[in-house]
Design a protein around this ligand. Sequence first.
Ligand code: ATP
Length: 370
Amino acid sequence: MTSIKISNLEKRFGDLLALSDINMHIGEGEFFTLLGPSGCGKTTLLRTIAGFYRQDKGDIWLGDELINDVPAYKRNTGMVFQNYAVFPHMTVFENVAYGLRVRKLPAKEIDTRVKKALQNVHLAGYEDRTPDKLSGGQQQRVGLARAMAIEPRVLLFDEPLSNLDAKLRVEMRDEIRAVQKSLGITAVYVTHDQEEALVISDRIAVVNFGRIQQIGVPWEIYKNPSNRFVATFVGKINTFDIVLKESAGNGLRHAEFRSGDQAVPFIVPAAGTEGRDEAVLAFRPEDVVETSQAESQNRLSGILEATSFLGTVASLELNVNELRVVVERHRPKQGDIPAVGSRVEFAVPADACLLFDKKTGDRLREGGRR
Ligand code: ATP
């Protein structure tokens, strides 16, 4: 088991600053995910750890070893690619044995390791098949077995499930996580799929524009985002501009937002809003409370414009005086979902409200930036 430490890393492609100010410490046996939109730099970071790219600044350690000048083939990392990268003309056995033959291991050792790796990915018995007779999921298992067979210090995954259909993706992500945990091997996993990241990771680094936006356990990333980008990229969230007013006591503050031609009063947490008169308000669709009671805090109502039923959740798209707000109903029963065009009443508890700086997007909270 090996830890990975990256400090002050920067990578340029000509004039383009692809990565900057990257600092992270990935623990031994940790499943660590780089999550971000297309072009944010996550693959570049993974490839820099693998040694396919050389950083312009900063250091990378594998365990106690500074590997800046160690070539890729000597870093002993196992890579699993999006397009499987299996060799079509080789059998499953030979595909998995490839890295071991390059390392000139004895035939008996190769045989043992290949069989063990294939067992780990549930492909025992497929040794003599060629990849064209395998499904996408099976081909990716070959890719995973090949990466594991070399007994790498770390496993690196570059969007390994993107080419699989939805059901298989869920199966494979559970399998990848189970294999990684049973071997106790450190893993760095790249994805742009936030749900995949939340499910599979011990910790997540959210990346945007070549910079780390936040590092945390999935719960923290979702519930306690450090800025507006993280809040909107991970999960669904409603956001709109508000004007901040006087204190409402008890750690709360009066606020107001414009909804069509109306100014709607709202109560929000006061933490981090001192000296400010505006902010961006955000709340998650699942945090609203269904209510028609007049005394409820932050009561709103809107006309239902569209619904989507997702099995355990129904998502309702409302028009609240020209503002689009999405709310959710959990475990909806028959008749629970109102007809399009009806009026839906709901309330947003003040403790479900997150506030962000309008310009920088930084989270407003006790003690400022964390
Ligand atoms: P995707 O999910 O689309 O692969 P990504 O987050 O992995 O995106 P990168 O592939 O790391 O993003 O790319 C980061 C930035 O660096 C992009 O602007 C990309 O165009 C650029 N880039 C990546 N590789 C190279 C390269 N070899 N030469 C020049 N520019 C590159």
